[in-house]
Design a binder for this molecule. Structure first.
Ligand code: PMP
Length: 415
């Protein structure tokens, strides 16, 4: 098996890791720990432009992680930068919101058929927690149904880790299996007359397992339960939002959520999250106390308006679909030329790459390391992301390097 490209101990990245070990528990927290990417990947970055990111060692990569989702137009898109810069120059943190808050809410309400209003936060975890609070406030009930293994944030009610979490934090959380109507029915039954919300991801994108699009039966069953019981259907569109459909990721299915959570791509990398909702939950939105010192800051909202303008004008989801399809076809074809079977699951714009017979993604890891050495930044366990700077020429350049990465595997098989 191929080993990772050597990490020069004198490199800027290695030195920063060493310093971080002294003053940051474990060297880094959360999903930005070095363990979240294959060994040999850089941990620290200094810049990005278009489809490329630059690490602190000065190496540049064609980027297929897009900062784990936020970069949807390409790094430092000029229109977004200009909009954010104008507000930063005027003042970022004021005694109240800027006009951008109203402009952005108007924009989201116009784009999303299910949305009558919007509220803003900073992170996806804030948005999803706000959705749960609104659902409970609007229904007067407690039980929240989530799919087993789905990620909704890093806060006690839904964190994938139970370290530091009490049983009481999860007391009203019930589970079902994504796309499994019978298991959803059973969980609804278990919730009885205390069902506040069914929370669903845009599609099944749990770490390291084949991604699944929602079946129409599953989506309709979730909607029907919520209609029958007057509970909230909450769509977690934090990861997929604006890449599949600007009207919401379930719009093509014809199933409307009551509440949707967004973050990641909404402002092309500026920190922002949003909850959109229907009039059914407007009253709850007036009553709950959800807030944060930085939730009103203007630059990220200006960036979001600019991001959505570009996506709308250029029909972003269609372009992203085409780019993702080109990438997927090239990758699968490249694998086959070198005797490998690779599948890409999920929508083409957010593909999870897996080698056949490689459940722990070890061969996938070796392949990613070879691609990285050739200037392409991929991921072997998490879904990747496309952005609008992935032009045909950029994708073809990446595919050429990827072809060499397959060749460098030299016929290695899953361990
Ligand atoms: N929901 C989903 C589907 C996500 O992918 C994420 C982030 N990976 C979150 C919620 C939480 O978002 P954040 O990291 O911004 O808190």
């Amino acid at each position: 098996m191929i080993t990772a490209p050597p990490n020069d101990p004198k490199s800027n990245d290695a030195r920063l890791r060493e310093r971080a070990q002294q003053v940051i528990p474990g060297g880094m927290w959360g999903h930005m720990r070095a363990a979240a990417v294959p060994a040999g990947y850089p941990q620290f970055f200094e810049g990005g432009e278009g489809a490329r990111v630059r690490d602190v060692n000065g190496r540049t990569y064609i980027d297929f992680m897009c900062s784990w989702g936020p970069i949807i137009l390409g790094h430092r898109h000029p229109e977004v930068e200009q909009a954010a810069r104008a507000q930063l120059d005027a003042g970022e943190c004021l005694n109240g919101p800027t006009e951008h808050a109203v402009r952005l809410a108007e924009k989201l309400v116009a784009l999303q058929p299910h949305a009558d209003w919007a509220l803003f936060q900073k992170n996806g975890s804030d948005a999803m927690t706000t959705c749960v609070t609104l659902a409970r406030a609007g229904t007067g009930r407690r039980k929240i149904l989530v799919a087993r293994g789905a990620y909704h944030g890093a806060v006690p009610w839904c964190s994938p880790s139970l370290v530091g979490v009490t049983a009481e934090d999860r007391a009203h959380l019930l589970h079902f299996t994504y796309n499994d109507v019978a298991s959803l029915d059973a969980a609804v039954q278990e919730a009885g007359d205390d069902l506040a919300a069914i929370v669903v991801s845009a599609f099944r994108h749990d770490l390291g397992i084949r991604q699944e699009l929602p079946t129409p039966e599953f989506a309709r069953a979730a909607r029907a339960h919520c209609d029958r019981l007057d509970a909230a259907l909450v769509l977690d569109d934090v990861r997929a939002g604006f890449r599949l459909n600007l009207g919401g990721s379930w719009a093509d299915l014809g199933v409307s959520p009551d509440l949707s959570g967004y973050s990641k791509a909404i402002a092309n990398g500026y920190p922002l999250a949003a909850v959109t909702g229907s009039d059914r939950f407007r009253g709850a939105g007036e009553e709950v106390f959800v807030t944060g010192s930085f939730w009103y800051a203007g630059a990220a909202m200006a960036a979001a308006v600019a991001t959505l303008d570009v996506l709308e004008r250029e029909d972003g989801p269609a372009l992203l679909h085409a780019a993702g399809t080109r990438f997927a076809e090239g990758l699968i074809g490249g694998a086959a030329r070198h005797g490998y079977e690779v599948t890409l699951s999920g929508p083409p714009v957010m593909p999870l790459m897996q080698f056949a017979g490689d459940p722990e993604a070890k061969l996938g890891k070796a392949f990613c390391q070879q691609a990285l050495a050739r200037g392409v930044y991929l991921h072997n366990k998490h879904n990747m992301f496309l952005n609008l700077a992935h032009t045909d020429a950029v994708i073809d350049e990446a595919l050429e390097a990827i072809d060499a990465a397959f060749a460098a595997l030299a016929g290695a098989t899953p361990a």
